[in-house]
Design a protein. Structure first.
Ligand code: NAP
Length: 258
């Protein structure tokens, strides 16, 4: 399917690895020129080279997207992109009683206020052009809370509320905002969560992974490639009527009817 994106421009945040990289790869395959970001310069530059090999131009900005200074650097490089994919690392796991105010502020900064700041900066340019796409990478925790990820449950719920209202205000300008909700995917984040479970329960990494697979009807982890393909479709010319949705990519893990 031709996604109709050849020659468009995109900013994809937190994209040297994992789901962000999956989105960047899928957009590059659709002919989108990219600005990508992550904190670590080495992995970021390696990903930029992979993307350039797909025939698009790529600007890589090593910066922390959750800081004011980092966002300024990234936004200066990105200009007025047609597409924004927001992403950042997820908050650490713990118990409901573990976190203090500073922990909550850090989670809100990373997973709620950073995407909101990016949207506030870039939506006006999209509205002026009469076309734009925003995809926020959030989490299945928005639909079904994950006990050990209370910081994620909280911060991402806040972002989801902001998107629900904002998406319906900008849609008449040809700009769509939607959220992609990953369930368990085979990325470094999954390895880090499996490591925590393996240590806490005294089981092997392989057993921790098998146990988590059993909680997923598809009985496997998702891949960054299939996640990226869904993101690229949401950014495509065919998805202009999909507005303010929260789309689960979880292999059926969240047990809801709707
Ligand atoms: P990942 O494999 O650990 O990759 C994270 C990427 O983000 C890396 O490129 C990392 O590079 C970059 N990054 C992290 N913090 C950043 C920051 N402050 N500024 C700029 N770049 C940053 O993670 P993932 O699995 O792709 O997860 C992406 C998001 O989806 C996370 O918020 C995660 O919580 C959420 N999620 C993931 C899963 C899953 O199973 N994978 C499930 C639900 C939700 P640097 O470290 O070099 O900055």
């Amino acid at each position: 399917m031709d996604l109709g994106l050849t020659g468009k421009t995109a900013l994809v945040c937190a994209a040297s690895k994992g789901l962000g990289k999956g989105c960047a790869v899928a957009l590059a395959k659709a002919g989108v020129n990219l600005t990508i970001n992550a904190r670590g310069a080495e992995a970021l530059e390696a990903t930029a080279e992979e993307l350039r090999a797909l025939g698009v131009t790529v600007t890589a900005v090593a910066a922390d997207i959750t800081t004011v200074e980092g966002r300024e650097q990234v936004l200066a490089a990105a200009g007025q992109p047609d597409i924004l994919v927001t992403n950042a690392g997820g908050p650490p796991p713990g118990m409901w009683s573990d976190w203090n105010r500073d922990d909550f502020i850090a989670a809100l900064d990373a997973n709620m206020l950073t995407p909101i700041e990016l949207m506030k900066t870039l939506l006006p340019g999209m509205i002026d052009k009469g076309w734009g796409r925003v995809v926020n990478i959030t989490s299945q925790s928005v639909k079904g809370p994950i006990a050990v990820l209370g910081l994620s449950n909280s911060a991402r719920a806040g972002l989801t509320g902001y998107v629900a209202g904002t998406a319906r205000q900008v849609a008449k300008h040809g700009v769509t905002i939607n959220n992609l909700l990953p369930g368990i995917h085979a990325t470094d984040r999954a390895v880090s969560l499996d490591t925590g479970v393996s240590k806490a329960q005294g089981i092997s990494m392989e057993q921790a992974r098998l146990n988590r697979c059993e909680t997923i009807p598809a009985n496997r982890y998702g891949t960054a490639d299939e996640f990226g393909a869904t993101c690229a479709f949401l950014c495509s010319q065919h998805a202009g009527f999909i507005v303010g949705q929260n789309i689960l990519l979880d292999g059926g893990a969240v047990n809801t009817t709707m």
